[in-house]
Each structure stands twice: as structure tokens, then as C-alpha cells.
Ligand binder design. Structure first.
Ligand code: EPZ
Length: 431
């Protein structure tokens, strides 16, 4: 398995181009199942999760073409998806096991074909992550749902029916899945307590461009008037706010200065405010966001994860690592997932001072220095937090299980090297 080797201590300076958002691209790919015409997605990140989703769609009968392209003068992929007719309505265990977001085929297949079988995803490294909110909403729209042999068998016996759904909890996945189901349902669907993450706005905008009728985009109440047919479209995936936030922390933790090209400030208000409160200079530029921590003395600030527009859980691990290099103590509270401090034991091995209380909070105390070590993380964002710690640690840090990073950070080493990091990938074959 590949590893990442970092020699810490470099001050990062320069610019980093922010890729298209993984968590927007995944539901957008599945939305292409809603039409027999071609959906073309530009500014697609080259990530293993995208490849995994493409493999699943191919097995459902989608024809996919890919082109090397440019987005704002930077190389990016364009993919076109055409599902004339789905040849299978089953998302098998092996696909869902590798990537939970495979569950995004459920809403579209049920809407277009009235049927879908999906392997029920189990828990994962960050929590139990059930699908009850998705399934109950689809039942309210007339689907009959049975769980048998580890599979969800969903059958709408024809077309789904619009319904007034009040989600019992805020869920990004359930909002996307039910939104994709509702666009082809009969009549009006109202989704209350919908998640407001920017990736959902991106999905809703593309669905409208395909002919859907969605109102309330960006708010907690989405009103969808079902249509009989959707059409092809060409859509540019929004910039990845979590990638941008992660590199903002890379600038801050090394007391460097990085301009995040194409980053969207409106999607990052809360984390950028935390950086400012800590003492980092953050400015919106014509091309994105400039994060300048040169000669800055940072102070620890409390953070608490919440659904958008609150502080994102997907930046919790990175900011926790940053707090280790600030003065004073900070309380980090995780309210979204019940097991998202798995990076802490690894950071302790690098000399961190962190006390975790139960599953929900951690007190992080600034330490004078971290020291390089062999580390490994159990999920994508936690792995990035270890890379960040490695960037400031004395000596060499080796981050194992790099496949986590490859799921969500496009050209990670290349981007960090371009701003001055001493980082390289050790291929399995090189060992
Ligand atoms: C999405 O996961 C993201 N994944 C996650 O990104 C992100 O951490 C999360 O939203 C929160 O922002 C994708 O977009 C592919 P949820 P999702 O449904 O949709 C509970 C990353 O690193 N819940 O909003 O699965 C759930 O257990 C990742 O890129 C139920 O109880 O998250 C959690 O506690 C990891 N029942 C909370 O809701 C349900 O039916 C929020 O989960 C659904 C969710």
C-alpha cells in the first residue's frame, strides 16, 4: 500500500487550485440516471471515489465517456453519462461496501423505474450511519421497502407520489436521495428540515437545468413539482469547500500564505471566521481566498460541528490539528458523527496534548512542537489532519493507508509540493 512521507518545517507559500467537489460530483453522477439523454459534468475531480461511482453506473448500464479538459486553465476531467435504459436495478454489496455514496442510485432508479435493490451500507469508521431517514421518506412517497439478506428492496409499483415530508434529522444524503426521487414523482413534494449544504444546491440547480421544478434551493424547505421527463444537460461541478478549507489550514499551520484559487468564500463562512478569530488574515480575492498566517501568533478557539452553514464535520480533524499549534486550549465538539476522533490517538503519538471526553468533545492544548512518526488514519479527513501535523512536525512523518486520501484529495502531493512542502508518495513497489 502506498505511503506519504513528509519532512516537516517548511513554510508553505503560493497558490493552490481547488478542484471540483467530490461530495457534489457523487450525487450529480447519479442524477444522470434520471434521464435517457446525456448529462455532461465538467470540473470533475480525479478521485478514486469518482472512479468507484463510475464503475457502479457502468454496471447499471450507463455509457460513460471521459475527456481531459480544462477548468479555468487547470487540467480537469469532463465525463459524459448516458443511461438510455438501465440494464440492472441492483447496487451490489461489493460496490456499496467500497463507497457508501453508492446509495445515491436509490432515489433516481426508484423514480425512473419504480424499483431498486441496494445493498444496505453498514457502519463505517466515523459512525453507525443508518439510512432510516432516506427510507422513511421514500415510504411516505409510496415505495414499499423491505430489508432482506442485507439488501434494501424498494418497489414503488409504478410512479412515486409527491408527499409532505418532515425529516426528523438533518441529513445530506437523505435530502439528495429524496430530492432525486421527487423530481419525477407524481405531484408536489415538500421537504422540510432539508440539509442546506452547497452540494445540495449544486444538485438542485442541475436538476432544474434538466427540466425539474425545484424551489427553495439553499433553504431548509424544498418544494418540488414532479415532471414526466427530464433532459440532458452540461453542468460544472462547484469547487470543493472541504478541500479549500483543508489547504487553508495547511497555510495556517505552517504560518504560510496560500491563495486558494477558485475557492468559494460563501461556502466556507464559518471555518474562515474561526481562522480569523485565531489570528489568521483571510481575504477574499478576485480568484478565490487568500489565507495569510505569516508571522501570526495564533490562539486556540472552540469549534462545534453542525450542519451547514455551521462548522463542517469534514473540517473538524484538520482544525483540531491546527489548534495544537496555537496558544491556549480549545474545545472541539463533534455533533454530527459519534466516532470522529480517530485521528486523536495518532496525533498523541506525534506529541499532541488532547483529552477526549466521551465521543463528543476533545480539549486540545497548544504544544510547542510535534515530532514526526509513523501514523495511519481510518478515514479521509482524519488522514489529512495527519498530513497537516506532519507538515509542522520535526523530522519525518509517514502517513500510511494513503488510499483514504486518494478518495477525496486530488493530486495531494503535487499541490502541496507546489507551495513548498517536502512531501512524497512512496509507491508500494518502491519498498
Ligand atoms: C455526507 O454524508 C458527506 N458524504 C460526508 O462527507 C459528511 O461528513 C456528511 O454528509 C455531513 O456533512 C457525502 O456527501 C458523500 P448525513 P452523509 O446523512 O450524507 C445521521 C467526507 O469526508 N443519519 O448528513 O452520509 C448520520 O448517521 C464525508 O467527505 C441518520 O441517523 O451524512 C449522521 O449522524 C464523510 N439516518 C447524521 O445523520 C439517516 O438515514 C448526518 O449524516 C441518515 C443520516
Amino acid at each position: 500500500m502506498d505511503k506519504i512521507k513528509i519532512h516537516g518545517g517548511k513554510v508553505l507559500e503560493g497558490e493552490i487550485f481547488i478542484s471540483g467537489a467530490k461530495n457534489a460530483a457523487l450525487p450529480l453522477i447519479c442524477a444522470s440516471l434520471l434521464t435517457d439523454e446525456t448529462v455532461t459534468l465538467t470540473n470533475m475531480p480525479m478521485l478514486s471515489d469518482i472512479k468507484a461511482m463510475n464503475n457502479l453506473l457502468e454496471q447499471l448500464g450507463t455509457k460513460i465517456d471521459d475527456f481531459d479538459d480544462f477548468a479555468d486553465n487547470h487540467p480537469a476531467k469532463t465525463y459524459s453519462y448516458r443511461t438510455k435504459v438501465a440494464t440492472s436495478l441492483v447496487a451490489p454489496y461489493d460496490y456499496v461496501r467500497k463507497m457508501r455514496a453508492s446509495y445515491y442510485v436509490l432515489g433516481p432508479l426508484l423514480a425512473r423505474y419504480g424499483k431498486c435493490e441496494l445493498s444496505l451500507p453498514g457502519g463505517c469508521a466515523i459512525g453507525a450511519r443508518p439510512m432510516d431517514i432516506h427510507l422513511s421518506a421514500l415510504e411516505q412517497m409510496g415505495a414499499n421497502i423491505e430489508i432482506k439478506n442485507g439488501y434494501i428492496h424498494a418497489d414503488a409499483k409504478g410512479r412515486l407520489k409527491g408527499a409532505h415530508i418532515i425529516f426528523p434529522g438533518v441529513s445530506v444524503g437523505a435530502t439528495c436521495n429524496v430530492l432525486m426521487a421527487a423530481v419525477l414523482a407524481e405531484g408536489r413534494t415538500v421537504l422540510e428540515n432539508a440539509a442546506k449544504e452547497p452540494e445540495i444546491g449544486d444538485l438542485a440547480n442541475m436538476l432544474n437545468a434538466m427540466g425539474a421544478k425545484i424551489e427553495g434551493i439553499g433553504t431548509a424547505v424544498l418544494t418540488i413539482d414532479g415532471v414526466d421527463k427530464l433532459y440532458g444537460t452540461r453542468h460544472k461541478v462547484i469547487a470543493d469547500r472541504i478541500e479549500a478549507g483543508s489547504y487553508a489550514v495547511a497555510a495556517a499551520i505552517t504560518r504560510g500564505k496560500i491563495e486558494l484559487i477558485n475557492a468559494l468564500p460563501s461556502t466556507l463562512r464559518r471555518p474562515l471566521q474561526v481562522l480569523k478569530d485565531m489570528g489568521v488574515k483571510v481575504t477574499e480575492t478576485e480568484r478565490g481566498i487568500l489565507v495569510d498566517a505569516k508571522n501570526c501568533k495564533l490562539v486556540g478557539k472552540d469549534i462545534m460541528t453542525e450542519p451547514f452553514p455551521g462548522f463542517p464535520t469534514d473540517l473538524q480533524a484538520q482544525f483540531l490539528a491546527l489548534m495544537l499549534t496555537a496558544d491556549g486550549a480549545a474545545m472541539v465538539t463533534e455533533t454530527i458523527f459519534e466516532n470522529r476522533f480517530m485521528h486523536v490517538p495518532e496525533l498523541l503519538r506525534m506529541g499532541a496534548n488532547i483529552n477526549v471526553h466521551g465521543h463528543a468533545s476533545a480539549i486540545v492544548r497548544g504544544v510547542g512542537k510535534l515530532s514526526g512518526a509513523q501514523v495511519m488514519a481510518t478515514d479521509l479527513r482524519a488522514s489529512f489532519a495527519l498530513v497537516l501535523a506532519g507538515l509542522v512536525a520535526e523530522g519525518e512523518t509517514v502517513v500510511n493507508r494513503v488510499y483514504h486520501l486518494d478518495r477525496g484529495y486530488e493530486k495531494l502531493e503535487e499541490k502541496l509540493r507546489a507551495v513548498g512542502a517536502d512531501i512524497q508518495r512512496i509507491k508500494e513497489d518502491d519498498e
